[in-house]
Design a binder for this molecule. Structure first.
Ligand SMILES: [Zn+2]
Length: 300
C-alpha cells in the first residue's frame, strides 16, 4: 500500500486493478520504435509490460484523510459492471471495499466521494448491487460531481442513438446517487473549503476537473485523466483515445502540467503505473516526470 503525507493530510492509494491493457499504438498513434528506444529504460516494468508488449495502466482511488474527514477521490470500475471491449475491467469481482478498509476507511465512514469526471472507470463504486437495485455504496457520503459532465452524460443517455451512456454506468452509478439526494453538482472553479479547490480541466470529458489540496503549506493535485501515462508528460500533445474535445484536452494538459511544475505539488493521476504519484518538472523542452520510489514521500 502506498501512502503519502501532504501537510497534515495523508493520501492512500486504493487499488482496483494494475496490469497490462492495450498495445501502445492503440492508445497513442504517435508511439514509434525510436521514441520507445529513447524511453525504454524507465518504461518497464511499471508502465509497459515487456512480456506482452502492452501498456500497463492502474485503476485506483485515492483515500484522502484530513482533519478527521475521509474523502474518496474517483471510485474505479466497480464490481458486476459490463465493460464491452475492456476485458481487464469487465464484470469484476474484487475485494475493493476490504482494501479501502485496510487503507483506513470503512464504507460508512466515507464523508465525501469526489469524481474528477463521470467516465465509467471513475464512478463504479459509487453504487453497489443490493437485491437487484443499485444503491449508494457509501451511505453517509455526499458525492461531488461536475455539473457540466452530469448535463452532458444525461443528454447522451437520453439519445436513442447513443444510450446507455458509459456502458450503462451513468444509470447505475450516477443517477441513483442524484435520485437519493446525495449529490452535489458543482461547476468550477469552485472552492469546497479551506483545503480543497475544484479547477476545470475539460477535454477528456466536457466537465473534467482537477482537485487541488492545500495543507500546511504543502499541495497535491488529483488530476484524474488529464494524462493517463507518463509518456504524455514528455509529449503533451499525445491524447489518450476517447475525448469529448481533443484540442481542449491538449490545452488542459499543458495548463495542468504548468500548474504541477510551478507549484511543485504532489501529482496524483488516475491511471499511471507504480509508484502512481510523483512530481512534474519544467525543462527547456517542456516537462518531465519525477515519479521516483526513492523520493522519500512513499511508504510501501
Ligand atoms: Zn479513466
Amino acid at each position: 500500500m502506498s501512502v503519502w503525507a501532504v501537510g497534515q493530510a495523508t493520501v492512500t492509494r486504493v487499488e482496483e486493478t494494475f496490469g497490462p491493457t492495450y498495445p501502445p499504438a492503440h492508445l497513442f498513434p504517435e508511439w514509434n520504435d525510436d521514441i520507445f528506444a529513447e524511453h525504454k529504460t524507465w518504461l518497464a516494468p511499471n508502465h509497459y509490460d515487456p512480456a506482452t508488449g502492452l501498456v500497463k495502466l492502474s485503476v485506483h482511488s485515492w483515500l484522502l484523510q484530513l482533519g478527521g474527514r475521509k474523502i474518496l477521490i474517483d471510485s474505479c470500475c466497480g464490481n458486476n459492471k459490463t465493460k464491452p471491449g475492456r476485458p481487464f475491467w469487465n464484470m469484476l469481482s474484487l475485494p475493493y471495499l476490504d482494501r479501502l478498509a485496510a487503507a483506513g476507511a470503512r464504507a460508512e465512514e466515507i464523508d465525501f466521494v469526489m469524481c474528477t469526471h463521470l467516465h465509467h472507470d471513475h464512478v463504479g463504486w459509487n453504487t453497489q448491487l443490493k437485491d437487484g437495485r443499485w444503491v449508494p455504496t457509501f451511505p453517509n457520503a455526499r458525492y461531488v460531481f461536475s455539473k457540466p459532465d452530469f448535463d452532458y452524460f444525461k443528454q447522451l443517455d437520453a439519445d436513442p442513438a447513443k444510450e446507455p451512456a458509459e456502458f450503462g454506468t451513468f444509470r447505475e452509478c450516477v443517477l441513483p446517487i442524484v435520485e437519493a439526494g446525495r449529490a452535489e453538482l458543482v461547476t468550477g472553479p469552485h472552492r469546497l473549503d479551506d483545503h480543497l479547490e475544484i479547477i476545470p480541466a475539460p477535454g477528456h470529458s466536457p466537465g473534467h476537473v482537477v482537485f487541488k489540496l492545500d495543507s500546511g503549506g504543502a499541495q497535491a493535485l488529483f488530476i484524474g485523466d488529464v494524462f493517463h501515462h507518463l509518456m504524455q508528460v514528455y509529449y503533451p500533445h499525445w491524447n489518450f483515445p476517447k475525448n469529448s474535445d481533443a484540442e481542449q484536452a491538449r490545452r488542459s494538459r499543458k495548463q495542468v502540467l504548468e500548474l504541477c511544475a510551478s507549484t511543485g505539488a504532489l501529482v496524483l493521476p488516475g491511471h499511471v503505473g507504480a509508484p502512481f504519484a510523483g512530481h512534474i518538472e519544467a525543462t527547456a523542452k517542456g516537462f518531465r516526470p519525477r515519479f521516483d520510489l526513492a523520493d522519500g514521500k512513499v511508504r510501501r
